[in-house]
Design a protein around this ligand. Structure first.
Ligand code: HEM
Length: 394
């Protein structure tokens, strides 16, 4: 009988092979009209060859001992891993930054006490990947249970522990006719993605318990979920115009000199009275797309969300700026529910352009109609240092 370890490796091979063809991924790709990248095609060829070798290997197993088999598996595993991660360009960014979404995400927003020793706290935060590895064994993990995590810091905290970033990332309070955007601050933020929500809970617990005693003032951990494949709780498909290819996502999200990334997080509480009673046509005009399948409206108001975000209300308006959105629905029916908005960019000015245009500060005094169906209750910017910058804090 095959050992558990052997079965696990079989899973790894199978999940790599089916990666691009799972139902969810397929629908996501339809929604986002993605094309496989050269590296993905190359990866498929390598994977195919790996599988052929793998079969021969099963026969070999019968002839040779388990130790030899393990060595062979290691080779197959390293080929597979190489095929899937080689798109990363140096300097490397943290695993959460441009990787695709999973079924669940953790958004862990931490405020420290003024008396906390920032350097000691940063030392712990910098070991995030080690924490991930204690929760999911890196030699055994597969797409189903892996955790892709990253840690970011608020401007004041980062200045204390590492000095200046290349770009300023202070998040101002914004006032708008359809609602305000509070500036909530914060010191440390963890973004982690996994298909298993329990792994995210474990990580959140471990991270908080590992921080130096008496250093945390307060924190909020939010766990998100995929709703109706890829819809926001308003029923609109979210992410249609998001880039899906690795190279494109890195280009938009990663500061090439450092591997760092600037991140916006905002907590939005949806107004379900409006969402459930307003006519679909009106909601569609607020968004700028049809609710059923995300078809872009040929004519849309300048106040529609799409027109605010791109920079104009022409059909297929060229985008002034782009970000990599990784927002997901969260909440409960009894209390509050909405969208946890998170976006990554190589420069915070991309967020500034979009936020200004939502609250009437974009030059034309127009506000974003999306704010009629949701209220922003919390928001700030973070810097997710590049992997080597983060290592220096440890
Ligand atoms: C309650 C809050 C929000 C909701 C429900 C929401 C929902 C949506 C939906 C349904 C779309 C259209 C489909 C798509 O391309 O993804 C969209 C597009 C977009 N949203 Fe949001 N969004 C929210 C907040 C924000 C914020 C705060 C930002 C930026 C800081 C933002 C940036 C964008 C961008 C860049 C696009 C793509 C526009 C395009 O290129 O056509 N969204 N959003």
């Amino acid at each position: 009988m095959a050992s558990i370890r052997t079965l696990k490796y079989l899973n790894v091979v199978q999940s790599h092979l089916t990666k691009s063809f799972s139902k969810k991924a397929f629908i996501r790709q339809l929604n986002t009209s993605s094309r496989p990248t050269a590296s993905q095609k190359g990866g498929a060829i390598i994977l195919g060859s790996a599988l052929a070798g793998f079969t021969a290997y099963g026969i070999f197993k019968k002839l040779q001992g388990q130790t030899v088999l393990d060595e062979k598996f290691k080779i197959v595993d390293s080929v597979l891993n190489h095929a899937t991660v080689k798109a990363a360009t140096p300097p490397a960014s943290q695993p959460s930054v441009w990787s695709p979404g999973k079924d669940h995400a953790l958004y862990l927003w931490i405020y420290l006490k003024p008396t906390a020793n920032s350097k000691d706290v940063a030392k712990v935060a910098a070991t995030l990947q080690k924490m991930v590895d204690t929760i999911v064994d890196p030699t055994m993990k597969d797409e189903e249970d892996e955790v892709l995590a990253g840690v970011g810091f608020g401007p004041n905290f980062y200045a204390q522990v590492a000095g200046k970033t290349r770009k300023n990332f202070v998040y101002p309070y914004r006032k708008g006719n359809l609602g305000d955007m509070p500036s909530s601050g914060g010191d440390i933020f963890v973004h982690a993605k996994s298909n298993q929500i329990s792994k995210l809970f474990e990580l959140s617990q471990l991270f908080i318990n590992s921080l130096p005693k008496d250093s945390v003032e307060s924190f909020e951990d939010i766990y998100s979920f995929v709703y109706q494949i890829q819809r926001d709780l308003s029923g609109f498909i979210d992410g249609t115009e998001n880039r899906v290819d690795d190279e494109g996502r890195q280009l938009i999200a990663v500061e090439k000199e450092t591997g760092g990334s600037y991140v916006i997080t905002q907590k939005w509480i949806h107004n379900f009275n409006v969402i459930n009673t307003e006519k679909t046509k009106i909601l569609e005009n607020w968004v700028g797309r049809e609710r059923s399948d995300s078809t872009e409206l040929p004519r849309k108001p300048i106040t529609s969300h799409v027109a605010r975000m791109t920079g104009g209300n022409a059909f297929q308006q060229p985008k002034a700026y782009e970000i990599v959105r990784q927002s997901m629905p969260f909440g409960t029916v009894s209390k509050e529910a909405g969208l946890f908005f998170i976006g990554y960019a190589a420069d915070p000015k991309n967020f500034e352009f979009m936020l200004d245009r939502m609250v009437g500060a974009g030059g034309d005094s127009q506000c974003d109609d999306i704010m009629k169906l949701s209220t922003n209750v919390k928001g700030t910017y973070w810097y997710f240092p590049g992997q080597s910058e983060l290592n220096k804090l440890a």
